[in-house]
Design a protein around this ligand. Structure first.
Ligand SMILES: *[C@@H]1O[C@H](CO)[C@@H](O)[C@H](O)[C@H]1NC(C)=O
Ligand SMILES: *[C@@H]1O[C@H](CO)[C@@H](O)[C@H](O)[C@H]1NC(C)=O
Ligand SMILES: *[C@@H]1O[C@H](CO)[C@@H](O)[C@H](O)[C@H]1NC(C)=O
Ligand SMILES: *[C@@H]1O[C@H](CO)[C@@H](O)[C@H](O)[C@H]1NC(C)=O
Length: 381
């Protein structure tokens, strides 16, 4: 073949390729227009100005999945990343109730409204700290380690009164599975909540061993105190982590769970019932008492935790972290801090603060989120 023939062949091939691409896009376009028209009949005229993406967001129908999460000013980026991960990984009709403090509400509203989270269904509720008066210590040493918002999960029916079933999530989580699946966690008859047991897998056992008695009741409660002894609980009972909770709010109300939890908080103020070595959440002990042998379980992959208990070195293999449905950075080393495990996983869901007030301490590696969706799809999946 002469050089010229080769050129002609290449030209023809290019032309064919071009036609194929054009045809495909035209097909897609007509598909798209078709859909647009079908929708247009049911919607108000001004809505047709919204982008197709926005439309998809607004189209979420079906059973509402109520998710309660808290937002505190010093870690507002956490709730943003957590919400984004829940939302992007599901087509379910998720509705967030965000419990926050008075001085944070405006910052949060602004962050949500100026980013792609603006169409996510949500309610912002300001937590009234008076709710906890007489129930949490005024000792500044204790108070420092616990923001009142930590206790929001005790008041689920108060914040989501209309729901029968709801999910509570800590803010330091990333959801990688479809939240619908977590929502469908089966609660046994008579159970008001499901949690992840701290010895629900050999894997978790190995992990927690390093943290003292933090996988059983004696790690959280002082079994020498009369009020605890009287309950007749076994000290070596496996504890659970209340960072992810699925609740049946009908049962919660019927059993007066909130009042029971408040009772133990008040009694602790008088009698100091919690373990002296209590490392982490001060919300755990009352929950352990009230739900002793009376709660359902969450699939272990839906609460892979302790990502925050070491800063250096990863506890899990990257394959396992990829397979996890929900990751929880409980512990001191948060993924927005200077050192942590798998910060790159968290970064993928973080959306920068439009006010610039919050930023992860370490440098963001790949701000993929800031690319436009079309650019992103060109970059590849
Ligand atoms: C066009 O539609 C085809 C099949 O429906 C799909 O595979 C392709 O990704 C679409 N292309 C664009 C640019 O949307
Ligand atoms: C929130 O703060 C505003 C002014 O800063 C005040 O008027 C309002 O009463 C506060 N609300 C609550 C629930 O504390
Ligand atoms: C919640 O509890 C009530 C009362 O026991 C029960 O009738 C209902 O089926 C439960 N709902 C769910 C979603 O488990
Ligand atoms: C819950 O509280 C109500 C009113 O305070 C009371 O009548 C009811 O007996 C309590 N139920 C349980 C299970 O403690």
């Amino acid at each position: 073949m002469t050089l010229r023939r080769v050129n002609v062949v290449i030209l023809i091939l290019l032309a064919v390729a071009f036609l194929i691409i054009v045809q495909r896009n035209l097909l897609n376009l007509s598909d798209f227009l078709h859909k647009e028209n079908a929708d247009a009949r049911m919607i108000l005229p001004f809505e047709s100005e919204l982008s197709p993406n926005t439309r998809l967001d607004l189209d979420r129908k079906g059973e509402e999945i109520p998710v309660l999460i808290t937002a505190s000013e010093d870690r507002l980026g956490a709730v943003i990343a957590a919400m984004n991960s829940v939302y992007q990984n599901s087509k379910a009709n998720v509705i967030f109730t965000i419990v926050t403090t008075n001085d944070t509400a405006d910052h949060l509203k602004l962050w949500l409204s100026r980013t792609k989270l603006k169409n996510v269904k949500h309610k912002i509720i300001v937590f009234n700290p008076d709710l906890l008066s007489g129930k949490i210590s005024k000792d500044p040493k204790v108070a420092e380690s616990s923001t009142p918002l930590t206790f929001a999960r005790f008041y689920l029916p108060l914040f989501i009164p209309e729901a029968e079933k709801a999910i509570y999530l800590d803010d330091d989580v990333i959801v990688q599975g479809d939240i619908q699946e977590l929502y469908e966690t089966n609660l046994k008859a008579g159970h008001a909540a499901a949690f992840s047991d701290d010895c629900d897998s050999t894997l978790a056992k190995g992990i927690i061993r390093g943290a003292g008695n933090q996988n059983n009741y004696i790690g959280f409660l002082d079994f020498k105190k009369e009020a605890i002894k009287k309950l007749g609980m076994r000290a070596n009972t496996c504890s659970f982590n209340p960072g992810v909770v699925i609740a049946n709010l009908t049962e919660w109300k019927n059993q007066n769970i909130t009042q029971q939890l408040e009772h133990w908080m008040e009694l602790n103020i008088q009698e100091d019932l919690y373990s002296k070595t209590l490392a982490e959440s001060i919300t755990t002990p009352p929950l352990l008492i009230v739900f002793y042998k009376h709660h359902s379980s969450i699939d272990p992959l839906w609460h892979v935790r302790h990502l925050g208990t070491t800063g250096a070195g990863n506890r899990y293999s990257p394959q396992f972290v990829r397979a996890a449905k929900l990751l929880h950075w409980n512990g001191h080393y948060k993924p927005w801090g200077r050192v942590s495990s798998f910060p790159e996983v968290w970064d993928r869901w973080f959306i920068p603060d439009p006010t610039g007030k919050f930023h992860p301490v370490r440098r963001l590696q790949e701000p993929l989120d800031q690319l436009s969706p079309s650019l992103k799809s060109r970059v590849g999946h």
